[in-house]
Design a protein. Structure first.
Length: 197
């Protein structure tokens, strides 16, 4: 049965835009939802911080990636599994990030989770990255390499910028795990459907 495509990736983009407008126009809005030390008593911040963004550039970059990769993944695996991967990898990336950053916010951990799952499911899919067409898994390797360099700079006290590289890497890792599990189940189901008795 073909999975129904319901544009949940785009709906999430819409929610993120509304949250960003709230950040702009409601005083101290971000302070209530950002991931920081308060998460020990206010665990909703593991989720709410996913929808916050630092500035317009941060927002646009993440919206583009979520709309593109999220829509592709949703179309392949369906809305329920897509939502599980978005929130699952976003929350797990935040569980890692909170141990390294005083303040963390943004959908990047969840988006890298989506990309990680896509790499596991469709590694050879051609995308446009770094100014040229390339297989998704190659782009993933390059993104991971950049984040490893960024994370190393942060850990040795010489950060390149304020990018949450450790959250990116965590999201990608958990996304790959989710994707490999989905791929294994799909392979098992196909082999059952083609078995003879």
């Amino acid at each position: 049965m073909k999975k129904k495509f319901e544009f949940y990736a785009l709906k999430l983009c819409g929610i993120i835009i509304l949250v960003f407008l709230a950040q702009l126009f409601i005083s101290n809005f971000s302070d209530v939802f950002v991931l920081d030390a308060s998460v020990q008593e206010e665990i909703w911040r593991f989720v709410s911080s996913i929808f916050l963004h630092v500035d317009l550039a941060h927002l646009i970059y993440n919206l583009f990636a979520l709309a593109l990769f999220g829509s592709i993944l949703e179309k392949i695996i369906g809305k329920k599994k897509f939502i599980i991967i978005f929130f699952g990898t976003g929350i797990l990336a935040n569980f890692i990030a909170v141990n390294f950053y005083d303040i963390s916010l943004g959908a990047s951990g969840a988006i890298f989770g989506i990309i990680g799952a896509l790499i596991a499911i469709r590694p050879g899919m051609i995308i446009w990255a770094f100014g040229m067409p390339m297989p998704l898994f190659i782009a993933g390797i390059l993104w991971v390499a950049g984040d490893i360099l960024g994370a190393y700079g942060f850990l040795v006290g010489n950060p390149i910028d304020n990018t949450g590289n450790i959250a990116h890497l965590s999201g990608m890792f958990f996304g790959l795990i989710f994707g490999l599990i989905l791929r294994a189940f799909r392979t098992k189901r196909k082999s059952k459907n083609h078995s003879f008795s």
